[in-house]
Design a protein around this ligand. Structure first.
Ligand SMILES: Cc1cc2nc3c(=O)[nH]c(=O)nc-3n(C[C@H](O)[C@H](O)[C@H](O)COP(=O)(O)O)c2cc1C
Length: 203
């Protein structure tokens, strides 16, 4: 994961290619339930961070000064290291319930949520995110998946997300800042040895 970004925008064709790759993730019944909300307007991005991580906006905050002229579209300044794009991947449960109510799937009894052993809508959304991150790396773009721990209900309302869809987190995308350094758990914990993780012939 890259957590500190350069301010350079991502060219449209590069972003489209990353999003399109995510759309090629496998999905149960080929339901293709992943939906993605893309935020790339600085004002919108600022509102996003205010909702999900208000603390980060307060540190050394360069508070945006609102322009009082109503004919001027106010563009909030971004904070140093902010990503130029945030993609919010939505897990699309309604697509799955609808898909598994169709004649070729009806017999599985998965037309209601209770019929599912695990929520494939979340699994498929995660598969899409993984492809998004890999496609970003291929394009020289940095990606950062992070959880949304607060403000989700308000975010959902603000973005006009329909009933039944749930953000599984968010993906920040942008070119890595020259100041980006590996940090976080990956440095302190180390990778578990393969022999501890793989269980041949039984656990
Ligand atoms: C489901 C999931 C949730 C994560 N949530 C966060 C998060 O909220 N904040 C964060 O900085 N990184 C988050 N990460 C990134 C992990 O910390 C990171 O993938 C891990 O430390 C390994 O580092 P690497 O991806 O750079 O190899 C998350 C990753 C996953 C898969």
């Amino acid at each position: 994961m890259v957590r500190r970004f350069a301010p350079d925008p991502i060219p449209d064709e590069v972003l489209i290619s990353i999003l399109e790759t995510a759309q090629h993730a496998p999905s149960a019944g080929f339901a293709q339930g992943l939906e993605m909300v893309v935020l790339d307007d600085p004002g919108q991005l600022n509102s996003f961070w205010e909702l999900v991580d208000p603390q980060s906006r307060k540190h050394g905050a360069r508070r945006p000064s609102l322009d009082e002229r109503s004919d001027v579209q106010v563009r909030m300044p971004s904070f140093e290291g902010d990503p130029p794009v945030v993609v919010i991947p939505y897990s699309g449960k309604p697509h799955y319930l609808e898909r598994y109510s169709q004649p070729d799937k009806h017999a599985f009894g998965m037309g209601t949520e209770e019929g599912w052993p695990v929520p494939y809508w979340d699994i498929d959304a995660a598969m899409g995110v993984m492809l998004m991150l890999l496609a970003a790396v291929d394009e020289g773009v940095g990606g950062w998946f992070f959880g949304i721990f607060q403000g989700e209900a308000e975010l959902t309302r603000w973005l006009g997300v329909p009933e039944g869809f749930r953000a599984i987190g968010a993906v920040a995308l942008g070119y890595p800042s020259p100041e980006e350094r590996r940090r976080g758990s990956v440095l302190t914990r180390g990778r578990r040895p393969l022999k501890d993780v793989v269980h041949y012939g039984g656990w």
